[in-house]
Design a protein around this ligand. Sequence first.
Ligand SMILES: [Zn+2]
Length: 246
Amino acid sequence: MDDNEKTLLLDKSYTCPICDQKIKVKSVKTNVAKFVGTGPDLRPSHSNINVTKYEVASCNYCGYTALVKDFPNTTQVQRKLLRENIQANFKSREEVPCDSYSVEMAISRLKMALLCAVTKTGKVSEVGNICLKISWLYQDLVDELSEDDPGYEEKKTAYLAEAHNQAMNAYEHLSKARMEEDYPIAGMNEATLDYLLSYLAYEKGEYQTAMQYLSGVVTARGISPRLKDKCLDLKDLINAKLHPAE
Ligand SMILES: [Zn+2]
């Protein structure tokens, strides 16, 4: 994957809304990522590139970082908070040229985006969405491990624990967003979000809640066959926990 990765990328330019500097962000070219499918927590997989690594814009001059789609959208109050709490403490640096982002780099960019989202008191869905993507990337780190790596078991356990923690943060914030915000929430329609919350509730061990979220989705009109299949799989998993003897 790595040799080809840079040929799938281009540099996009943005103007930072906090410090007005021009920055470059590596982005996946349109229509080059080959979609394979999504996991039970909607983690996307592509055969030729990990797109989640390229969804963050980060300013190397002031530290302001956000998901690309949220990057330009700041209010005056938020810009003030970001200048006082992020820019004031950030050491400006020249951009380090590189061909692509590693998963570790992408995780640290997302963690900076999380800090900025909390600092600017952004929407809870924005915070939840970032946590979900961090959880996905920790699972990607597990996928990148080889069983021959020294410390394989320890690393795997640590990454999976991080993935779980971030998924639970995502659950907390996205379930709050569901009550407070209008759809799309974190880019999801109602059926997709309810499916995801059901899966995350299942992961948390809240099986009754998981079933409640799921019940509306299964009967929702116009849901994709792919989502329907995921719902049926999840329903089996939840039932197995609710009625273990059957
Ligand atoms: Zn900046």
